[in-house]
Design a protein around this ligand. Structure first.
Ligand SMILES: NC(=O)c1ccc[n+]([C@@H]2O[C@H](COP(=O)([O-])OP(=O)(O)OC[C@H]3O[C@@H](n4cnc5c(N)ncnc54)[C@H](OP(=O)(O)O)[C@@H]3O)[C@@H](O)[C@H]2O)c1
Length: 264
C-alpha cells in the first residue's frame, strides 16, 4: 500500500509520524510531498521519503492525504486530479473546504473530508470524518488511516465537520490558552514559574485522565471538589460572575462560523 501526504507542515508531519509508527511491512510505502525543501529534513530524520513533486507522490498511491492550507487546496487538487489512480482515496484535512468542491476539483467520488487535530503528532488526535463513498473497502481504509493518528469517528452529515473544527480541531489551543493563563496567575500570586507550570500541567493531565473514566460526570465531580465556602467555590463564583460559560459559548460559535467560511 502507498500513502502520499501532500503538504509537509504541522499537520502533514503529525500524520506522517502517526502513519510511520502504525503501518509497517515491506509492501508499505509512505511519501511526503512538500514544496519547501527546508522542511524535508524533519522527515528524513524519521526516515520518511520526501519529494517536491506532487505528481510523483500520487503516482500509484492508494491513499492521498491533502494537508495544505485551505487556500491552496483547489490548485493542488486540480494539479493532481488527472494523475490520481482510479483505486485511490483522497482524505482532505483542510478546514472549511466542502466535500462537493473537493470532488469536483479532483474529478473523483473517492474523497473523504475530515477534521483531525494537532494531537495527531502523539497519536492522540480525535478525528471526525464524512464521505459519500459507497465502496465499503475504501471506507474501511479511510478509518484505518485515521486511526493511525488517534481515534476516528465517522459522522452522518458534513456540517458536523465544521462543528468538530470548533471543538476538537481548535480545542488543543483552547486548553493551552487556559494553561498559559493559569501558569501566569500562579506566578502573579507568588509561585515560582517552574512550580506553577508543573502544577498546572499535572493538574490538566490528571483531570483529563479521570474524565476519560466511564461514568465520569464533570458537573458532579466539580461540585465534589467545590464544597460550600471553600477555595474552589470562590474561583468558580468568579468564573460564573464573569460569565465564562457565555464567553466559551461565544468563542466556540466564532470558531464554528469561521470554519464554515474558511473554504469560501
Ligand atoms: N494546525 C492545526 O491544528 C490543524 C488542525 C486541523 C486541520 N488543519 C488543516 O490542516 C491543513 C494544514 O495545516 P497546517 O497547520 O499543517 O499548515 P502548514 O503548516 O502551513 O502546512 C502546509 C504545508 O503545505 C505546503 N504546501 C502548500 N502548497 C503546497 C503544494 N501545492 N504542494 C506541496 N506542499 C504545499 C506549505 O508550504 P508553504 O508554507 O511554503 O506554503 C506548508 O509547508 C490546513 O488545511 C488546516 O485547515 C490544521
Amino acid at each position: 500500500m502507498k500513502i502520499a501526504i501532500i503538504g509537509g507542515g504541522n499537520m502533514g508531519e503529525a500524520f506522517a509520524r502517526g502513519i510511520h509508527r502504525h503501518f509497517t511491512g515491506g509492501d508499505f510505502e509512505l511519501i511526503v510531498s512538500e514544496k519547501n525543501v527546508a522542511k524535508h529534513l524533519a522527515f528524513h530524520s524519521l526516515e520518511i521519503v520526501t519529494t517536491s513533486h506532487n505528481l510523483e507522490a500520487v503516482d500509484n498511491a492508494d491513499v492521498v492525504i491533502l494537508a495544505v492550507k485551505p487556500a491552496d487546496v483547489e490548485q493542488t487538487c486540480r494539479d493532481i486530479s488527472i494523475h490520481l489512480p482510479g483505486k485511490c482515496v483522497v482524505i482532505s484535512i483542510a478546514a472549511g473546504v466542502k466535500l462537493a468542491a473537493l470532488k469536483e476539483w479532483l474529478a473523483s467520488d473517492h474523497v473523504a473530508r475530515t477534521m483531525p487535530n494537532l494531537l495527531a503528532s502523539i497519536g492522540k488526535s480525535t478525528t471526525v470524518w464524512y464521505s459519500e463513498i459507497e465502496n465499503e473497502e475504501l471506507k474501511i481504509l479511510v478509518g484505518k488511516v485515521l486511526e493511525s493518528i488517534g481515534s476516528a469517528h465517522e459522522v452522518g452529515s458534513e456540517n458536523e465537520i465544521d462543528m468538530a473544527t470548533a471543538i476538537s480541531g481548535c480545542g488543543p489551543a483552547y486548553v493551552w490558552y487556559f494553561m498559559e493563563k493559569m501558569i501566569a496567575a500562579g506566578v502573579a500570586i507568588g509561585l515560582d514559574a517552574q512550580v506553577a507550570r508543573a502544577l498546572t500541567l499535572q493538574t490538566f493531565e490528571g483531570a483529563s485522565t479521570m474524565a476519560m473514566n466511564e461514568g465520569f460526570d464533570p458537573t458532579e465531580m466539580r461540585l465534589k471538589v467545590a464544597p460550600k465556602g471553600g477555595s474552589t467555590e470562590q474561583a468558580i463564583h468568579v468564573f460564573d460572575e464573569k460569565n465564562v460559560e457565555g464567553i466559551i459559548d461565544e468563542a466556540i460559535r466564532a470558531a464554528y462560523k469561521r470554519a464554515e467560511g474558511l473554504g469560501k
